[in-house]
Design a binder for this molecule. Structure first.
Ligand code: ADP
Length: 718
């Protein structure tokens, strides 16, 4: 279908022009299907279910352009991950700059109604951020007329699914005006999801590049179309040999494995083989990339160094321990066909939006805490496989599962290649999430009594698919808890107390709110370690696992601090759970004691990416704690926590707090300035640029900049 043909289906000339300047001339089949089904004609909601890279985003763009040109209100575009929001933001701004469409991205700060978004036409956001904006009753929300929800099949994901399900329920419940466009991978129960949302289903199996799926065993890949590819055994690691086979042929490879170590070692093993295949021009580009990767953070870490070194040979690894800025550089370099192989963990597969000629799935099982080693769901394998084949580069894509023995070979064929993906299931039985959403629903004034609340929950996907009786009894328990903890009042109907309101807005689990309040009210002195432990034990924290080799050291830290912990006496025993929290608090203590990043990552066996995640979570939880202290009029506690929060945000000792307030000054530069005798902003204001620029890591530009800031701030306080 040609772009100009949309005139007969409700499209305007403005839309045709915008699409043409974005370089679109012909529609892909799923796009044509959606247009013929009435995408541009009415106000119906749609679920679009089709494979990766089949052009779902453009369907959303067309619907958005229509709303924009007809001035029918705002558009919200929501995705599951921040990294994906950035991609969509770049896409929209690049493609439609000429139309005047104002694009905004909103993914940070969960305690804000983001009033500045008033002027945007389209707001790209994450599911969590939209949830928080709804809780804050952002003033521009009623003006939204189209919501695009990307990757809705993730509703079946244990950790990310429940928030998405609640956001969708909330948006559609008792609201007939809003139009929803839900985009999904190919899933068996797409029709059921469409029915649930009151939407029309558009389904297609079309792929821009044909896909062959096969199993490797005994030096050959047997594909489902009957073809066989022989693979020379160039490495003891089969996955590496299979990757090399395609790279020699001008393709790229993504290899999925189940641990971080395996991702790193796969990249390392392939580097010596791939490096020699590169041309001079390619090598030069990769050297540049390597330098960029190394400069990714001020503090050198072993992991960062490894990544930078490997990049020179055109290979990389990708997992949650890698800094997100470095992950981004790697993804861009892969898209530019500079990096030839990426070895990634299966856990992050969703965020890795990279098409590649060959996708090799070496590990199709994964360790899950509480469950041990589990085989991956068919849906997940199909999602990874679906990334095979680069449009415009490859004539076909190949997904290869690696078998270790003959039995595996048959199993992989029967179960994964011929197998149907599982139905998407609701994950709402996650108590912590349900607790938070029930409070949010009451605090936001969406449900004013038990009948409302029951009716709202009856509209969830959970209620449709699963046990309504169980949902009702869980709800009873949660409402009871919220009343007992003084977050909800049940006089005439249900309403939130001030505490309940604030907890909901702060976007924390109500149980976290209770734990913080109770800890802050204890008579004990509020020292840094106990405060850090206070946040480490909340359900919103990412707690480090206690390993055997840690036990002795962590027990020592426990003994030194046990008495000061802000917890009831009966919980003061060194259980494994408590020791995991102690280990996490101890990592934070190292961080605010200015232990170098590399020292911390080595000592705690975590990657720089994990450290940053923990720091970010702690910053948010300390903010929540200081806000709760404010509600209960605990002024001294509030002040102490605010200082600690700055220390955590920057990873500094108390004496550096005045210096990190300057823009462009992190923990390293602040320490260098302090050691050179510049201990306050006043000291910096009095120094000359020539003196400041001599200090390591400072340099002329920063010297000028911080001197200006310092003078300004001392003038203001004078
Ligand atoms: P999905 O959302 O289904 O995974 P995308 O929307 O990301 O797929 O599309 C994959 C690629 O195809 C993108 O690079 C996009 O620009 C391109 N594309 C989509 N529709 C068209 C079209 N009609 N003509 C040319 N390229 C298209």
């Amino acid at each position: 279908m040609n772009v100009r043909e949309i005139g007969s289906f409700g499209g305007s000339k403005e839309i045709v022009d915008a699409l043409s300047s974005a370089g679109v001339t012909e529609f892909y089949p799923p796009q044509a299907l959606a247009i013929k089904a009435g995408l541009l004609a009415g106000d119906e909601s749609f679920v679009i279910s089709s494979p990766t890279a089949s052009g779902k985003t453009l369907i959303a763009e067309i619907a958005a352009l229509k709303v924009f040109f007809e001035r029918r209100g705002k558009i919200v575009y929501t995705v599951p991950l921040r990294a994906l929001a950035r991609e969509k933001y770049d896409d929209f701004t690049r493609k439609y700059a000429g139309t005047g469409l104002k694009v905004a991205q909103s993914t940070g700060d969960y305690d804000s109604a983001a009033p500045w978004l008033r002027d945007a036409d389209i707001i790209i956001s994450t599911n969590e951020k939209i949830d928080s904006l709804i809780r804050h009753r952002a003033p521009w929300l009623p003006g939204v007329s189209l919501v695009v929800a990307d990757e809705v099949h993730l509703m079946g994901d244990e950790s990310r699914g429940p928030t998405l399900e609640i956001v969708l329920t909330r948006l559609m419940w008792r609201n007939t005006r809003l139009r929803l466009l839900a985009l999904s991978a190919t899933i068996p129960n797409a029709a059921e999801i469409a029915q649930w949302l009151g939407a029309r289903l558009v389904q297609s199996d079309w792929r821009p590049v044909p896909l062959r799926e096969g199993v490797y065993y005994g030096e050959a890949v047997i594909f489902n179309d009957g073809t066989v590819t022989w693979v020379e055994r160039e490495s003891p690691d089969d996955a590496v040999s299979i990757a090399l086979d395609t790279i020699r042929d001008g393709g790229q490879a993504l290899v999925f494995v189940n641990t971080r170590k395996a991702a790193e070692s796969t990249a390392l093993k392939s580097s010596s083989k791939i490096g020699p295949l590169l041309g001079d021009q390619e090598k030069k580009m990769l050297e540049k990339l390597s330098k960029e990767l190394a400069a990714g953070s001020l503090e050198p870490t072993r992991l960062g160094k490894k990544i930078a070194e490997l990049a020179e040979s055109g290979v990389a690894f990708h997992h949650a321990g890698v800094l997100s800025s470095q992950r981004r550089l790697i993804e861009d370099a892969f898209r530019a066909n500079r990096i030839k192989l990426v070895a990634a963990t299966t856990t992050l597969a969703m965020g890795l939006n990279l098409p590649s000629r060959r996708v090799i799935i070496r590990d199709w099982w994964r360790y899950e805490s509480g469950a041990g080693m589990r085989p991956l769901p068919v849906l997940e394998i199909k999602q990874m496989a679906g990334r095979a084949g680069r449009p415009g580069f490859d004539k076909y894509g190949e997904a290869v599962l690696v078998a270790r023995n003959k039995r595996d070979e048959r199993h992989l064929f029967e179960n994964y290649i011929k197998g149907e993906p599982e139905d998407i299931e609701s994950q709402l039985e996650n108590e912590s999430v349900l607790r938070a959403h029930i409070l949010a629903s009451i605090a936001g004034g969406f449900t004013k009594n038990r009948e409302d609340l029951n009716d709202f929950l009856a509209h969830t996907f959970y209620a449709r698919r699963k046990d309504k009786v169980r949902l009702a009894s869980m709800t009873d328990g949660i409402v009871h808890f919220l009343i007992r903890e003084d977050m909800v009042k049940a006089d005439m109907g249900l309403s939130a107390t001030r505490f309940g309101h604030r907890v909901s807005e702060l976007y924390i689990d109500p149980l976290t709110g209770v734990m913080l309040r109770d800890a802050l009210r204890t008579p004990e002195e509020k020292l840094p370690f106990p405060l850090l432990h206070m946040i480490a034990r909340t359900p919103d924290m990412m707690v480090l696992q206690l390993k055997k080799k840690d036990v002795d050291r962590v027990l020592e830290v426990y003994s030194a601090n046990a008495k000061a912990l802000l917890i009831p006496d009966e919980e003061r025993h060194p259980t494994e759970e408590l020791l995991g929290q102690i280990k996490t608090a101890w990592l934070l203590v190292q961080w605010v004691s200015e232990t170098p990043e590399d020292g911390i990552t080595g000592l705690f066996d975590v990657g720089p990416g994990d450290l940053h995640t923990i720091v970010e979570l702690s910053d948010w939880l300390l903010y929540a704690a200081s806000e709760i202290a404010k509600i209960f009029n605990l002024k001294k506690e509030q002040r102490i926590i605010s200082f600690l929060r700055i220390r955590v945000a920057y990873g500094v000792k108390e004496e550096l707090i005045p210096l990190v307030a300057l823009k462009g000054i992190g923990r390293i530069r602040a320490r260098n300035l302090f050691n050179a005798g510049y201990k306050t902003r006043e000291d910096i204001g009095k120094a000359t640029v020539a003196e400041l620029e001599k200090i390591p890591t400072v340099g002329r530009k920063i010297a000028e900049d911080i001197r200006r800031q310092a003078i300004l701030s001392t003038e203001q306080s004078a």
